[in-house]
Ligand binder design. Sequence first.
Ligand SMILES: *Cc1c(COP(=O)(O)O)cnc(C)c1O
Length: 355
Amino acid sequence: MSHNINITKVAESKVDTLDFNNIPLGTTFTDHMFICDFENGKWNNPRIEPLALIPTHPAAMALHYGQAIFEGMKATVDGEGNPMLFRADKNASRLNFSADRMGMPNFPEDLFIEGLKQLVDLERNWIPPADGSALYLRPFMYADEPFIGMRAATHYKFIIMASPAGPFFSKRIKLWAEKQYIRAANGGTGEAKAAGNYAAAIRPTELAKAKGYDQVLWLDAVEHKYIQEVGTMNIFFKIDGKMITPKRDGSILDGITRMSVITVLKEEGYEVIERSIAIDEIKTASENGSLEEAFGTGTAVGIAYIQNIGLNEEVIHVSDESPVGKKVNEALNAIKTGKIEDKFGWMIKVENELV
Ligand SMILES: *Cc1c(COP(=O)(O)O)cnc(C)c1O
């Protein structure tokens, strides 16, 4: 499995302009990007080039009809400074799951991994070494064919960008249980990492923030009763000593952090139950003292501890301490930085990929 990835390097890296102790969120990009074009029914010309603007036709179909999907993942370094990727194979297969749902072509999973490895190898000096820091990687695909009319595009671009991300000091978050707007319905696109899902979430999130909350807690589309997920995170509750998370029902995103947290929790001896959870059950559990803690899980923030949940006129108190969430967060970070043995085989080493 050898892919010929053409590499054009920048004349001079900008990495020296980055203050690793103060990394701005989401605005700094590394020197290069991986890029590949879909034309004539196949992916052509995989290459790594200096990150630059891409000329776009005003009729590019992604801008009108929304064929755009993305992934999010991180590269970290071990104690010797060797870069590693966390479960990148899962991102590769999820991208293609999203592509299938949106009528887009699959991207070869081995080329996805190879492109990531070569890009990360080239940008290894951009990986922040501090605990909890990482090089955030953003693979994405969009329709760039100029055409007015409703059908699947025949031209696409697949790109991977990289952006250094500082240590994320998780403050406890407040969630707004949303009863008017929905994120995803059965048969919709909720299980795809499709750009449009996030567009539809922006206005409800702004309204929740105006009420003093950090994120929207999405409920099911039919009864506005069952908990789905949070912003770009899945959610876990601890009730009566048991860990509970909404079961996958085709509407929630199949989070790679979620699946990893389930594995780590089971390893730590917790019972993990995937089932429907009504928001009223959380309210009752808070009132009778059986709700012990709750946290969100996602690549961007890792584990986000939940303080309370706004429900109609009430505020459901969740917790002020999150011992289980902390333990899981530390376990995941230790795996990602090579501090403990990678016993689940999750880490993909980036060697000297460029020959
Ligand atoms: C990306 C995402 C998640 C978390 O997925 P991870 O693979 O853990 O990063 C959860 N929910 C939504 C809606 C997302 O977009």
